[in-house]
Write a protein of this length. Sequence first.
Length: 62
Amino acid sequence: MPVLTLVSAVFVIAFEQIVQWKYGATGIVGLLLLTIGIKAKSPSVSSAGAVLLALLVAGPAL
């Protein structure tokens, strides 16, 4: 089990770095809201994070 925990932690850290590199601080805030909302079982907080990430991924509508 410790190996699985280590691999999981490395994956999470790598994913956070990719989000920050690609989407900046706003992406980290969206990911943080989504994570906190899921852990706290708060649909409104997790939805806000998901919407923020979706807007970042979709980019500006031209």
